[in-house]
Design a protein around this ligand. Structure first.
Ligand code: NAP
Length: 484
């Protein structure tokens, strides 16, 4: 099956923070790959902006270096890169100053889609939004893209929403969570809502529990100072894991439209039970052969910030009452893996008990490393010798199923940026959703700050602290082995 590429309308994309890490690592390579795929029109333009003094040639050199570093060799074509660079230009602008705005206004065309990407610190969102309006650069249908973190608690998120709302309508604001741009995440919705097989079983009657894991092998070295003010709860759970939980747990929207879908996600967040401290485990990695301890990486010997968190969450609604969702995420773990496991219940009565146990079905939705899904099925072990049962996966790895051999699945940023140009907010978080997620998260964090709770130490290259295993053991369940 070959994926179709539908070109988007032509656009002027202003990339604030164009000299930064995210622009080099993700945004510019993603735009180049869409250009290569024929989706970015030949007259679309990318206007880089940041404080650094630079001319167009200097910026093109920077973009070219980023493409060399972050685009795979197979996709680096000299002529194509040259053509892409011709669509890039640069204007020095300080978000808090008045220089450069007149030049930007002059450079923007009237009859094209206008998008402004804020790949800068959140403290600059308000000043940038205000100046785009006051200088008459943004108009009614301009789009604004903002990066995470969207606040550090409910109060700061409300302030950011208010800063943006002072200059832009909610329908113009695209809050990025790159997890939502993953092929698998959208396929989770397709599998649930476009097949008759799963939805009748998708509830507390047939699902024993759900596990959501986002495990990383890297530590926090390099961005330790930032991470130490955040921790796994703010950095991963409040946004990425929360979004995965919502898409797994939500009711079917009446139509696949941005606000209808986001309404359903919001209902899930509002139905989340508060988490008791006995149902939550925080961890911090120790020094090991892979590198220094968390505290050394964070350059804070007294740090109590968690680099790992596991928790049990209840959802108080008709569909899920009694079916727990277990979440875990951590740094320096044994394997880099993101997945959702929907663990079905055992059959009500096993007719095979004397000849072999029938393990329950599980649907695994893999986000990384190899995006795809598998459904574990119980079948008879082939051959004579009685009725022995085995569990085999029905595997669908998207790279095999959806693309010609060697074809890469588009990066989440590629899809999300093109959705911005198309004006489709489905895969972006709405302001009230973000606030609701913080309203649920804040009391949990306040609880451990008040108790001055110390995270459990865990070994690098492990699955996290032992206490996280116990969280499931006492419910007679076990985490999926990360080494599986
Ligand atoms: P970064 O490397 O520090 O880059 C920041 C950018 O902002 C630079 O281009 C900088 O350029 C520009 N800038 C700083 N002050 C400015 C001002 N007053 N006016 C105009 N431009 C200004 O940061 P980053 O890692 O790219 O991150 C950007 C945003 O994305 C942050 O909100 C971050 O949390 C988020 N994010 C980053 C990643 C990642 O992997 N890097 C992942 C997820 C989210 P000048 O110094 O030239 O002005």
């Amino acid at each position: 099956m070959v994926s179709r590429t539908i070109p988007v309308d032509t656009f002027d994309l202003v990339l604030f923070g164009a000299t930064g890490d995210l622009a080099a690592r993700k945004i510019l390579p993603s735009l180049y790959r869409r250009f290569l795929a024929g989706q970015m029109p030949e007259d679309a333009r990318i206007i880089g902006a940041a404080r650094s003094e630079m001319d167009d040639a200097g910026f093109r050199k920077l973009v070219s270096e980023a493409l060399n570093e972050f685009v795979s060799k197979a996709k680096r074509d000299k002529d194509q890169i040259k053509a892409f660079l011709a669509q890039c230009s640069y204007i020095p602008i300080d978000a808090k100053g008045d220089g450069g705005w007149a030049q930007l206004k002059e450079a923007m065309r009237d009859d094209v889609v206008k998008a402004f990407y804020f790949s800068v610190a959140p403290s600059l969102f308000g000043p940038l939004a205000k100046r785009l309006r006051s200088h008459g650069i943004a108009c009614e249908d301009s789009r604004l893209v903002v990066e995470k973190p969207f606040g550090v608690d409910l109060e700061t998120a409300k302030q950011l929403n208010a800063d943006l709302a002072a200059s832009f309508e909610e329908a113009q604001i695209y809050r990025i969570d790159h997890f939502l741009g993953k092929e698998t995440v959208q396929n989770l919705m397709a599998v649930r809502f476009a097949n008759v097989l799963f939805e009748p079983l998708w509830n507390e009657r047939y699902i024993d529990h759900v596990q959501i894991t986002v495990a990383e092998t890297v530590g926090v070295g390099g961005r330790g100072a930032y991470y130490d003010t955040s921790g796994a709860m703010r950095d991963m759970v409040q946004n990425h894991l929360m979004q995965l939980l919502c898409l797994t747990a939500m009711e079917p929207p009446t139509r696949f439209e941005p606000d209808l879908l986001r309404d359903e996600k919001l209902k899930v967040i509002r139905a989340l039970d508060p988490v008791d401290k006995s149902e939550l485990v925080r961890g911090q990695y120790k020094a090991g052969s892979e590198g220094p301890s968390y505290q050394e990486d964070a350059e804070n010997p007294d740090s109590r910030t968690e680099s790992f968190i596991a928790m049990k969450i209840g959802i108080s609604n008709w569909r899920w009452k009694g079916t727990p969702f277990y979440l875990r995420t951590g740094k320096r773990m044994t394997k880099r893996l993101s997945e959702i496991v929907v663990q079905f219940k055992e059959t009500p009565h096993s007719i095979f008990e004397r000849d072999g146990h029938a393990p329950a079905n599980a649907l695994t939705i893999r986000l990384q490393p190899d995006e795809g899904m598998d459904l574990s099925m119980t079948i008879k072990e082939p051959g004579p010798g009685g009725m022995r049962l085995v569990n085999v996966p029905l595997d669908m790895t998207f790279a095999d199923a959806l693309g010609p051999e060697g074809e890469e699945i588009p990066d989440a940023y590629e899809r999300l940026i093109m959705d911005v140009i198309r004006g489709n907010q489905t895969l972006f978080m709405r302001g009230d959703e973000v606030e609701a997620a913080w309203a649920w998260t804040d009391p949990i964090i306040e609880g451990w700050v008040e108790r001055r709770a110390q995270p459990y130490a865990y070994a690098q290259g492990s699955s996290g602290p032992e206490e996280a295993l116990a969280l499931l053991h006492r419910d007679n369940r076990r985490w999926r082995d990360l080494g599986d």
